[in-house]
Design a protein around this ligand. Structure first.
Ligand SMILES: [Mg+2]
Length: 167
């Protein structure tokens, strides 16, 4: 019997160790703990969770946990009904405009906490859209990066912002 030792490091560095037989079982345990609130709540209601499966030397992403949290938030409030791809696209654009508003009158002086909040709103809606469309945010960004790297070869695009069609 293999032993998968999982360490869950929460905010304030609390740790939970779980022994189990397989990666699947490990994921199941993590999801169960997450669903019943064991690994996500503390006095500030803040998630900062790192999960590591040592035997496989693999990291289960914090992103997956975050997506689950967002998903649960919406399900608990029965808000999925409002989250069509079109509505989420609008929301991404609206929040992107709010992000821009942080720099409306001065490019140099901005309130970092306001910027973080608006950036979080943009990311939140992007992740919700990935959930709705059942696409993996990391995969789609990597796929796009593959294309963009080809469009903008280093030797032609280094230090210039010329559009790829004119390189
Ligand atoms: Mg906002």
């Amino acid at each position: 019997m293999e032993n998968f030792k999982i360490e869950i490091t929460e905010y304030f560095q609390k740790q939970i160790d779980v022994d189990c037989n397989s990666e699947e079982e490990a994921l199941g345990i993590i999801k169960e703990k997450y669903d019943n609130g064991e690994i996500r709540l503390n006095e500030t209601n803040y998630i900062d969770t790192d999960i590591e499966i040592y035997d496989e030397n693999k990291f289960i992403s914090k992103l997956e946990l975050l997506q689950d949290r967002i998903d649960k938030f919406n399900k608990d409030r029965d808000w999925d009904q409002f989250h069509s791809p079109a509505n989420l696209s609008k929301s991404i654009s609206i929040e992107a405009a709010e992000l821009l508003e942080c720099f409306q009158w001065n490019d140099e002086k901005y309130d970092i906490s306001e910027v973080e909040e608006e950036l979080a709103d943009v990311l939140n809606y992007c992740l919700q859209m990935c959930n709705v469309l059942r696409c993996d945010p990391i995969d789609i960004v990597n796929k796009k990066m593959d294309k963009t790297e080809k469009k903008y070869p280093v030797d032609k695009s280094r230090g210039v912002y010329t559009k790829y069609t004119k390189l």
